[in-house]
Design a protein around this ligand. Structure first.
Ligand code: SF4
Length: 388
């Protein structure tokens, strides 16, 4: 099937990325300061903000990102939590403990177990939930995922996302009808050679299938798509520019679907796998600030993979959504979990994270969206009709 982004990517965007990376290397402090005077950042401004020259003006950059975050989202940080449905997986991603070559026991929660986990998280006050599953089409079927979405919505979650295998448009449509609000799909890296090295087997090795997943989710009517790269796999500058191009494509082609951006970073991985392009803290800060200044209205999300001190610094500085109290194995909240998908570094309780947010002069919120804010089908047609 012809896909506009993929064709543009292969024919135009990818060949120009080398030039963009070169420009990042040439940027000067003046370019960074001039980028701050022109928000949303232009393409050249974004490149300057990604450069090491931004470190020379980091205080000003952080201040600008903090200002835009407050202007667009208020002094708030939205909280969410992941619920792992299954750790079974047919892929073998080099950086993940759920890869099929890991002999750890596998488990997919029954609907009764999902209900128990969800009830436990509702007691903590969470209303924004991310369902997570390894890629196991034989056991984690679309009908099961739809049942899980309906079940957790009934349990009181108002915003439900899903991070699972790449599905077809008709499958996403079933999930949208069940009430799914968001699909999380990270390209991991946009560098095709590195992508092939770390995804040697299983359906995930299909780079193009993965790259077109946000399109399919949006076409199915999913109202939010969360995108990102796994920082450390590829050259951060290359991946950041590619991700920005992908986000722009989504905003242009699927204007009814919001795009949020996440910043997962490799800290530890199984079998001694080491990040070939480790990303330092200051580079992560720069990247988040650059994304905020380029995409002022997009939700920027940070997980518990990062250490408490760095997370505290980033609350409100670009980041407006964080997880807290996360556990990354199925059944871990109420049934006793097993080996985690990745090590959680911020192990604070939700209450401790809330306190840290408050200490920054911000408010934590459990609910920042309601289905009534989304146009009913008739109104939606009217809105669409007025804009096409
Ligand atoms: S990253 Fe996802 S697809 Fe890859 S091994 Fe882990 S669970 Fe499976």
């Amino acid at each position: 099937m012809k896909n506009f982004f993929y064709e543009t990517w292969a024919g135009h965007v990818a060949p120009n990325l080398g030039r963009a990376v070169e420009k990042i290397g040439q940027a000067k402090r003046e370019d960074v300061l001039s980028a701050l005077n022109n928000i949303p950042a232009t393409q050249d401004g974004f490149l300057a903000l990604l450069s090491s020259a931004a470190d020379e003006a980091l205080e000003k950059v952080e201040q600008a990102a903090r200002g835009i975050t407050e202007q667009r989202f208020g002094r708030t940080v939205n909280l969410y939590i992941p619920l792992y449905l299954s750790n079974a997986c047919v892929n073998d991603c080099a950086y993940c403990w759920f890869g099929r070559s890991n002999p750890a026991p596998r488990r997919a929660l029954t609907l009764e177990e999902v209900e128990r986990e969800a009830a436990c998280l509702r007691l903590e006050g969470y209303k924004n939930l991310l369902l997570v599953s390894g890629e196991d089409p034989a056991h984690v079927k679309v009908e099961y995922l739809a049942d899980c979405v309906r079940l957790v919505k009934k349990a009181g979650f108002v915003f439900v996302g899903l991070e699972a295998r790449a599905l077809r448009t008709d499958e996403y449509r079933i999930l949208a009808e069940a009430g799914l609000d968001s699909v999380t799909v990270y390209q991991e890296t946009y560098d095709p050679a590195i992508y092939a090295q770390v995804h040697k087997t299983g359906p995930k090795k299909d780079y193009r299938l993965r790259m077109e997943t946000p399109d399919r989710a949006a076409e199915a009517g999913i109202r939010n798509v969360a995108m990102g790269v796994l920082l450390g796999l590829g050259d951060m500058r290359f991946d950041a520019v590619a991700l920005a191009a992908h986000v722009k494509h989504m905003q242009k082609k699927h204007w009814r679907t919001a795009v949020s951006i996440s910043f997962p970073r490799i800290h530890a991985a199984p079998g001694g796998f080491a990040a070939a392009h480790p990303v330092a803290d200051n580079e992560l800060v720069r990247l988040i600030a650059a994304m905020r200044l380029a995409f002022p209205d997009s939700t920027l999300t940070l997980s518990t993979r990062e250490a408490p001190a760095l997370r505290d610094r980033l609350f409100g500085m670009g980041i407006n959504q964080v997880s807290a109290g996360s556990k990354t194995s199925p059944g871990a909240y109420s049934l006793g979990g097993g080996e985690e998908q990745f090590p959680v570094v911020d192990n604070r309780t939700p209450a401790q994270v809330m306190e840290a947010i408050r200490e920054k002069g911000l408010e934590w919120v459990m609910k920042d969206w309601d289905v009534n804010m989304w146009p009913a089908p008739a109104e939606k047609e009217l809105v669409d009709g007025n804009n096409t």
